[in-house]
Design a protein around this ligand. Structure first.
Ligand code: NAD
Length: 280
């Protein structure tokens, strides 16, 4: 078998144009334009590129952007004051604090003061709790992007064996909850998992979210499985994922490439979350 490629770029583009039409309809119905506030502290080049991409994508779908940039030496209190201001600002539907922050700013703690109604990254304890309890709420963007890729390829999840490698708050844990909510039988693996290869071989849907190039070997993929590679690793050979792509693609039914798979979905889902927050 040679796997079909899941084209995340094309699917992300579809989601973005859907959001653009929905934003236009929302505004035409007399509502305020949704607004996305991004907060970047410091000069980390990669973070600046991410924030720039998020603001540009927002503008393209008609979401108003509030692009806040603070100096590298901004204090924790300064960032906190800005977040509280944004919580109170009615023009702002969604708030995103770009992580990581410089050492004097406790980014994890500050994420927790974001109003859960504006938590478009889905990372506050309230959002995580709502997800765990299966209640409506804002979900983290990358796991939602993975679910959207599966949905648009009609991957059957009910009763399926889903294996998620990685248990981070950002990706692995919320993704396991989202898969469980679709009635998959979910196994979460991590750095202490015994015999990772054997667990992966059980998967109908195998997701790698670790950050180690080629960790998931081709022969860990069950024939006909769907393989989703969340990993983004910068190597001498360029960007690669966590899955050994060629041999995995020989066994899988569907697979995401890196780049061009899960990556583009994250921003698309952020836009959708911002619209959802505005509507709520
Ligand atoms: P993280 O470092 O927070 O978590 C990594 C997880 O992998 C941990 O739970 C750890 O237990 C597990 N792990 C580590 N070594 C392992 C091993 N040998 N075997 C099994 N599990 C192991 O990372 P993260 O934030 O979840 O990100 C994971 C990857 O996804 C990274 O490459 C990151 O760049 C990428 N990522 C991509 C997007 C996107 O938009 N596509 C978004 C977020 C993260």
């Amino acid at each position: 078998m040679t796997a079909g490629i899941i084209d995340g770029k094309a699917i992300a583009q579809q989601v973005r144009s859907e959001v653009a039409s929905e934003v236009a309809a929302w505004v035409a119905a007399g509502h305020d334009r949704p607004g996305l506030a991004t907060v970047l502290v410091g000069e980390d080049a990669a973070s600046a590129v991410y924030v720039g991409g998020k603001q540009k994508a927002s503008a393209e779908v008609g979401i108003e952007g509030f692009d806040h940039r603070l100096d590298q030496d901004a204090s924790h209190a300064e960032v906190e004051a800005l977040l509280r201001e944004l919580n109170a600002d009615e023009r702002v539907s969604g708030i995103l604090l770009q992580l990581p922050t410089p050492p004097q700013v406790d980014g994890a703690r500050l994420t927790e003061i974001i109003d859960p109604a504006k938590d478009v990254d889905g990372l506050t304890p309230i959002s995580a709790g709502l997800l765990a309890k299966g209640r409506p709420g804002l979900r983290p963007c990358t796991p939602q992007g993975v679910m959207e890729l599966l949905r648009r390829h009609d991957v059957a999840l009910e009763g399926a064996e889903a294996v998620v490698v990685g248990r981070s708050e950002l990706v692995g844990k919320p993704l396991a909850s989202l898969l469980l909510a679709e009635n998959a039988t979910v196994t979460t693996c991590h750095s202490r998992t015994r015999d990772l290869a054997e667990v992966c071989r059980r998967a109908d849907v195998l997701v790698a979210a670790v950050g180690r190039p080629g960790l998931v070997r081709g022969d860990w993929v069950r024939e006909g499985a769907v393989v989703i590679d969340v990993g983004i690793n910068r190597t001498e050979a360029g960007l690669t994922g966590d899955v050994e792509f060629e041999p995995a693609a020989e066994r899988a039914r569907l697979i995401t490439p890196v780049p061009g798979g899960v990556g583009p979905m994250t921003i698309a889902m952020l836009l959708r979350n911002t619209l959802q927050a505005a509507r709520a």
